[in-house]
Design a binder for this molecule. Structure first.
Ligand SMILES: [Zn+2]
Length: 487
């Protein structure tokens, strides 16, 4: 291979994580060509093809899981009458500061202002009241893939944008018990999806009352740790009780002939997951993707100097590409003549393609191909005959290795702490998760936030009961909660 000037110095640069984590994140998103801020519409983003392809993979797997559990997709209006938002007192209070409001339509001032949906409990509640009349109509299990708008003062691509894409599940049940079961089942779907597909371990738990969804009885969350030690709330599932049922008069006639309000749930994940994926696995050279969500699994790069070499090398590359595709992998044979191999390596590395294969005349003569894993390690050689199967199994190895690495990172950055002074010190440093006691008092929670900007991320499910002091006031607590700074 000919010596080339270092493409790193020519193209866009990625800031080192250790130097400026926030800038590193933006650089990775830009250099991997995932998305860019829509500078003409502040707070919004353009999701570019490589980023959207990841979203499509996320969608496909989640959609499959939702349907397997009996949910059906539907679509509700983007606009919500303002009066709807006002019907549930906590809901309007929680969402008011983030609402975008339409006052003019067709050149005329509207008789009733319309809210661009921040979430759809209200309008779906309205339609549920028309669709549900008897216990026979329950459970009703609907999911919507949509965009929502929440006005964002400090936008960050994927993590916080004024408009984002998500799914929102909305279900109605005949009993509270059944609604709670649904809420936890969907939290479990999110937890296993994050672990199995995103290779991102998460802590599933309950939100404290002050952190719950506006209008819910109880909110549940999955919390992931990013490489700067901060938490990312990656998905939520809410037990809405009868709050929206009462606000929208969603009643059903029970088996016993009594008119009752339904019990509802809602649950969602958004394009924020892509931000989580970037921050969980990527490195100073760019994006690192778990194979299960990578739009391209393998980049095959031919190495040649002469036309004669080109023909035989390309033939071998295409043959390998075909064999890999037959095994279900997405492959690009990068036969661009105008681009040197080094530039190609650089591009696929930045874009997070899990494996790169090189084939040159020497490799042909020796009957092997060179393989480089994106998640680290040296380049190695694989016999050409066995290459398709070896590369297929490599995908599982990379998937597994990323998950283990993320789990080890989280465990090594989680500390147990009983002293508030020590906690303040931890939060001033390289951060991480802190397992500390909480007495249940909102005042202690507020003190944590005021002093350190950290919050209680969740009270983990199946948390072992443990007598420990409240990390803030020292009073006896029954269990430890997860404290962290969050995105
Ligand atoms: Zn306390």
């Amino acid at each position: 291979m000919a010596e080339e000037s270092n493409p790193r110095e020519q193209g866009s640069k990625i800031t080192l994580r250790a130097k400026d984590y926030a800038q590193w994140y933006q650089d990775v998103v830009r250099c991997a060509d995932l998305a860019e801020p829509a500078e003409v519409v502040r707070g919004c983003m353009v999701i570019k093809p490589h980023g959207y392809a990841i979203w499509e993979k996320i969608q496909a797997e989640l959609d499959r899981r939702f349907k397997a559990l009996g949910h059906q997709n539907a679509y509700f209006p983007l606009f919500i009458p303002e009066s709807f938002i006002r019907k549930e007192a906590e809901h309007v209070e929680g969402f008011s500061p983030e609402l975008a409001v339409v006052t003019i339509g067709g050149g005329k001032e509207l008789a009733e202002r319309l809210i661009v949906r921040p979430t759809s409990e209200t309008i779906i509640g309205h339609f549920f009241s028309k669709w549900i009349s008897s216990y026979r109509d329950l459970p009703l299990k609907i999911n919507q893939w949509a965009n929502v708008v929440r006005w964002e003062m400090r936008p960050r691509v994927f993590l916080r944008t004024t408009e984002f894409l998500w799914q929102e599940g909305h279900t109605a049940h005949a009993s509270h018990e059944e609604a709670v079961e649904e809420t936890l089942q969907m939290l479990n779907v999110y937890e296993s999806f994050a672990r199995e597909f995103m290779a991102m371990p998460v802590i599933a738990g309950r939100k404290t009352p002050s952190e719950k969804f506006a209008g819910a009885l109880t909110s549940y969350t999955i919390e992931a740790m990013m490489q700067d030690g901060r938490a990312l709330q990656a998905g939520t599932s809410h037990d809405l009780g009868q709050n929206f049922g009462k606000a929208f008069d969603v009643k059903y006639l029970s088996k016993e002939g009594k008119l009752e309000y339904v019990w509802q749930t809602s649950w969602g994940v958004s394009t924020r997951l892509i931000g989580g994926l970037v921050m969980c696995h990527s490195d100073d050279n760019g994006l690192v993707l778990p194979p299960k969500l990578a739009p391209i699994h393998v980049a095959v790069v031919p190495i040649y100097k002469s036309d004669g070499e080109r023909t035989s090398v390309l033939e071998a590359c295409n043959k390998l590409g075909g064999a890999l595709r037959n095994r279900g992998l997405s492959v690009i044979v990068d036969d661009r003549d105008e681009c040197k191999p080094g530039a190609k390596f650089f591009e696929w590395e930045r874009k997070g393609v899990p494996a790169r294969v090189e084939i040159g005349p020497k490799d042909l003569a020796k009957g092997h191909v060179a393989v480089k894993r994106r998640d680290g390690g040296d380049r190695f050689f694989v016999p050409r005959d066995g290459a398709p199967d070896r590369i297929l199994s490599l995908m599982d190895e990379i998937q597994d290795s990323l998950r283990k690495r993320a789990l080890e990172f989280r465990e090594s950055h989680t500390r147990t702490c009983d002293s508030f002074a020590e906690f303040v010190e931890i939060m001033a440093g390289p951060e991480g998760f802190v397992r500390g006691g909480w007495c249940g008092d909102a005042a202690c929670e507020a003190k944590v936030k005021e002093t350190t900007k950290a919050t209680i991320r969740c009270i983990p499910l199946n948390n072992p009961k443990e007598s420990c002091p409240c990390m803030v006031c020292g009073k006896p607590a029954e269990e430890r909660v997860i404290y962290a700074k969050a995105y």
